[in-house]
Design a protein around this ligand. Structure first.
Ligand SMILES: C[S@@+](CC[C@H](N)C(=O)[O-])C[C@H]1O[C@@H](n2cnc3c(N)ncnc32)[C@H](O)[C@@H]1O
Length: 279
């Protein structure tokens, strides 16, 4: 395991967040005094870390195994979403049974921290999950299908499946995310989820979906809105997240141009999330 690190002025914090958005192994840490931040990206391959250094400067060092365990294995507390979901890093069957017993009525989703984004504790994932829980409630008793663009750990598609979606398609261009998502689908018995490796920019939609979720970096979203419009059935819902405050105006404009409007816009810290549909 290797880590690329760089010190930077605190005013560039958002720019670093944007640059590595979706990378579960990138960490931006504010340093004492508040004037600077340290950016660390943990890489499995030396070459990956060297490529980042080639682009952005900074330094690369090898991480001893014990350090890596300390970085990756820091499960947070379970995340409760509305009254319907509980997302936990617990994987032990006895622990999960106990969690289900203590949280009767909630669907328990097990997502351990691995090499893919989406354990539920990031504000953008949590916002998507809240919108999804609302959609599932509104669509109860109907057959609905979900498309998850940039699925990371698969948490959104898995949650949708367990909340009653008839079928869920999830895609990610990162082969490690696809592998993790497939494991998570199996782990959670979410048999209606199909995970594919695909780059959204080259992927073509087939049948339209009732719900499309996309927790993606603003640039990718903006260039994909026309495709997302075509993926969405009239009357369907579009859930979006991953947009930083200063990118919101441009993102909303691009969505409108593509025929998508947002009815609900939520701000959580510096992140914008929204739910809408075809205009
Ligand atoms: C912020 S994570 C979201 C993960 C999960 N859906 C969630 O809400 O927590 C974004 C994911 O999108 C993937 N991604 C980014 N650009 C993509 C693209 N052009 N095509 C497919 N996947 C992409 C990344 O690999 C990453 O796993």
């Amino acid at each position: 395991m290797w880590v690329w690190s760089k010190l930077s002025a605190a005013k560039w914090e958002d720019a670093w967040e944007e640059r590595f958005y979706g990378n579960q192994n990138a960490v931006v840490t504010g340093l004492a005094g508040g004037k600077s931040v340290r950016v660390d990206v943990y890489c499995e391959e030396h070459q990956q870390a060297l490529e980042i250094a080639e682009h952005f400067g900074g330094s690369v060092r090898e991480l001893v195994e014990t350090d890596w365990v300390a970085v990756s294995a820091k499960p947070g507390p379970p995340i409760k979403i509305r009254d319907s979901l509980l997302v936990t890093s617990e994987v032990d069957p006895a622990g999960l049974r106990e969690m289900k017993r203590l949280n009767e009525g909630r669907i328990v989703v097990s997502i351990p921290p691995e090499m893919a984004f989406g354990t539920g504790d990031h504000p953008t994932t949590a916002s998507c999950l809240r919108f999804l829980a609302d959609e599932a409630r509104a669509r109860r008793g109907q057959a609905w299908r979900l498309l998850d663009l940039g699925c990371g750990s698969g948490v959104l598609a898995i949650a949708a499946d367990l909340l009653g979606a008839e079928a869920c398609e999830a895609l990610d261009y990162d082969p490690r995310a696809v592998e993790v998502a497939r494991h998570n689908v199996e782990r959670n018995g979410a048999s209606g989820v199909l995970v594919e490796e695909a780059d959204l920019r080259e992927w073509s939609p087939g049948e339209p979906y009732d719900v499309v979720a996309a927790n993606l970096f603003a640039d990718v979203l903006q260039s994909s809105f026309e495709k997302i419009f075509r993926c969405l059935r009239p009357g369907g819902s579009f859930i979006l997240s991953g947009v930083l405050r200063e990118q919101w105006e441009k993102t909303e404009e691009a969505a409108l141009t593509a025929g998508l409007v947002f009815e609900v816009v939520k701000k959580k810290g510096k992140w914008f999330s929204a739910k809408g549909g075809r205009a």
